[in-house]
Design a protein. Structure first.
Length: 237
């Protein structure tokens, strides 16, 4: 049996004794269980967080994904998630945030690594980023079309995302620490190939035949812009 001077902090002013993990006061009060381990409460708080499975997003247009053009990748950010557990005067609060997402884009046969690791949940492209053909912070560029022969008849590349959550916990008695959680999601993408159609050749030939300098200049400008306009009107095959 040992005398526990630290236990005077319970506020009674009585001397407190302990034996084999139990404690009681000098006045003969019944034994009481010692304070719980904050780390054990942290595990219980973490178990209450229950982050949802991720919803996978692709951009700019998930229905028009093509080889050689980057695909933007992101998931919904449901964090931060918080839960608290209290027991015998000890309170632990756990907070979970997304630390990284590991994507597997499912492409096989190209020789490229289909794995992409992104910090945080990623983000959707803005209108300006789409117009400027900006490179995504979290993205992937396919090299092969998702043909039936390559995808076991589905015509889609399977995509998975593994979300790593970092759980930081604190307590009202001092100890703190970090735990981890993980969730998974899946989807599939049809990947085609853009084809450009050259337009305006007939107009250019007919206009040149008239040999008018001003008209010729206008038509050349139109023909030079044609491939860009045609690409915008194209579709993946």
């Amino acid at each position: 049996m040992a005398y526990c001077p630290d236990a005077l902090e319970i506020g009674t002013g009585d001397r407190v004794f302990s034996f084999q993990g139990y404690a009681w006061s000098e006045k003969g009060d019944p034994p009481s269980a010692p304070p719980p381990d904050a780390a054990v409460l942290a595990e219980k708080a973490s178990a209450q967080l229950k982050p949802p499975d991720p919803l996978l997003h692709f951009g700019p247009k998930p229905d028009n994904v093509s080889v050689n053009y980057p695909v933007w990748l992101w998931i919904d950010d449901r964090g931060p998630l918080t839960a608290s557990v209290s027991l015998r005067g000890v309170t632990v609060t756990a907070t979970a945030t997304i630390s990284q997402v590991t994507w597997n884009m499912g492409e096989k046969g190209s020789g490229a690594d289909p794995t992409v690791v992104c910090d945080g949940p990623g983000s959707s492209p803005t209108d300006d980023q789409i117009a400027e053909l900006a490179k995504p912070a979290c993205g992937y560029t396919y090299h092969l079309k998702s043909t039936k022969a390559r995808t076991h008849g589905t015509s889609k590349w399977p995509v998975t995302a593994t979300v790593d959550w970092t759980v930081n916990w604190t307590s009202n008695v001092g100890p703190s620490g970090t735990l981890a959680l993980q969730t998974n999601g899946a989807s599939a993408l049809t990947v085609g190939e853009w084809r450009s159609v050259l337009v305006g050749e007939t107009v250019e030939t007919e206009t040149r035949a008239r040999c008018d300098d001003s008209t010729y200049s206008a038509v050349v400008n139109t023909v030079r812009a044609a491939p860009i306009a045609a690409m915008a009107r194209g579709h993946p095959t």
